[in-house]
Design a protein around this ligand. Structure first.
Ligand SMILES: Cc1ncc(COP(=O)(O)O)c(C=O)c1O
Length: 440
């Protein structure tokens, strides 16, 4: 095997620079919550492959399920039916909210977004508009890029994108501090849509509204839930105007937020739910879910995929679900989440933005999120960068997010131990103390 330097040189020579890598680590192995560099350094991974490895890297039972399936049947495509695919669709129907009971399997989040747009075009002929939320990330295919507004850099070279994409602000309820500001904030949500529908976009021309229940790449911000339930508001708006409501749960789904799907925090069922990332234990798999009577309107052959829902990914997903249910992983998500919020609240009283408080305190960081999808917002991107670097020097991997890069996203595996969680938050705290105090 070549050494690390040789691999990085070959990488620079032969791999596209378009795919940015956050760290110059060449993973020789990854297991549980750790990634091992070729120089043998062990890094605590608070990113889990960008919210993918729900039960850790290379979980032995998932790895075994993959190996067994691979020895039995790797791929057949749509030439025949196969059990893992059917069993997974059946299992998802029992886990998904409301009456969502039918899926189309693909390979990624972006593909699920693209497929959903095609499905909606069939279900809502003549309605050529979509509404998306500013700050959202829906993926990198051309259609998904058209709906993505977390950073203009993601769209920059690709005009003209899909027409009919209308952008509304993702409401960030954490900016309203006092009762009167909250009232104003709530009213502004209704007014924005009233104004949009009255002035430039007839609601009868809108096919669908898309939203990430918890904004991911755009800053780990839950949609308003306390004094105004934004998803419920969207549900009512969509019902009133015959618009489809799509929840992109690619990042927030599959127990990431302490429930199977983030929409459960809001008690709202979408018409279409999109899944990928944490769905399948690290294997590529995406899914578009809806009700059977809606999916049935997509005629045979009107959409497809060579690898979508392949037996190996489906088997990995089935094993993952079995582990999550058997080991009560959701309880660990709740406990570790509380550990993080309590730790920072003790260090910086008032840092827990999830608690509504009139008594607004200025703190170096503000935390928000559900479960293990926690955003730590810093006053500026420079401080965020320094804390990330400090953590890296101390063998903890953190990823930033947010349009301006001033948020650290905590998205470790959902089985992370109390000890490792403590290690990560202590390092982040040390970094904040080192750089925030000295820069003020
Ligand atoms: C909410 C959301 N939707 C869609 C995507 C695209 O997923 P993929 O990278 O699997 O295409 C992502 C990826 O980060 C995402 O976070």
């Amino acid at each position: 095997m070549r050494d690390k330097k040789a691999y990085l040189e070959a990488d620079a020579k032969h791999l596209s620079p378009a795919l940015n890598r956050a760290f110059d680590i060449v993973a020789k192995k990854a297991s549980g919550s750790y990634i091992y560099d070729m120089d043998d350094t062990a890094y605590l991974d608070m990113t889990s492959g960008i919210a993918v490895n729900q039960v850790g890297h290379a979980h032995p039972e998932v790895a075994q399920a993959i190996a067994e399936q691979a020895q039995n049947c790797i791929h057949t495509s749509c030439v025949v039916h196969y059990p893992a695919n059917i069993e997974l669709a059946e299992k998802l129907a029992s886990l998904m909210p409301g009456d969502l009971d039918n899926v189309f399997f693909c390979n990624s989040g972006a593909e699920s977004v693209d497929g959903a747009i095609k499905l909606i075009k069939i279900l809502k002929p003549g309605r050529n508009n979509f509404i998306v939320h500013r700050g959202s990330f829906h993926g990198r295919t051309l259609a998904a890029t058209s709906l993505t507004t977390s950073k203009s850099a993601y769209r920059k070279f690709y005009d003209p994108l899909l027409p009919g994409v209308n952008i509304v602000d993702f409401p960030n309820s954490f900016v309203a501090k006092t009762a009167s500001e909250r009232k104003e904030f709530e009213e502004s949500i209704y007014k924005n849509f009233d104004k949009l529908f009255a002035t430039s976009l007839a609601p009868e021309s809108v096919a669908a509204i898309l939203i990430e229940p918890v904004l991911g790449e755009g800053g780990y911000i839950p949609a308003p839930f306390e004094y105004v339930n934004y998803l419920k508001f969207l549900r009512e708006l969509c019902d009133k105007h015959g618009i489809m409501l799509v929840f992109d749960e690619v990042q927030s789904g599959f127990c990431r937020t302490g429930k199977w799907f983030a929409s459960e925090h809001y008690g709202v069922v979408p018409d279409i739910q999109l899944m990928a990332k944490g769905l399948s234990g690290g294997m590529p798999l995406g899914a578009i879910a809806t009700k059977k009577d809606l999916m049935s309107q997509m005629p045979p052959g009107s959409h497809g995929s060579t690898w979508g829902g392949n037996p190996v990914s489906c088997k990995a997903s089935l094993k993952l679900i079995e582990i999550i249910e058997r080991d009560n992983v959701l309880a660990n998500v709740d406990a570790r989440s509380k550990q993080v919020f309590d730790f920072f609240e003790a260090k910086y009283p008032g840092s827990n933005a999830m608690k509504l408080s009139e008594d607004h305190k200025s703190t170096p960081v503000k935390l928000r999120g559900f479960g293990l999808m926690i955003g730590i917002e810093f006053p500026d991107p420079e401080l965020t960068r320094k804390v990330k670097e400090y953590a890296f020097e101390n063998q903890v991997l953190l990823l930033p997010c947010g349009t301006y890069g001033n948020v650290i996203r905590l998205a470790p595996d959902l089985t992370i131990s109390e000890e490792d969680t403590q290690k990560a938050i202590e390092i982040i705290y040390q970094g904040i103390e080192k750089f925030y105090v000295s820069s003020n």
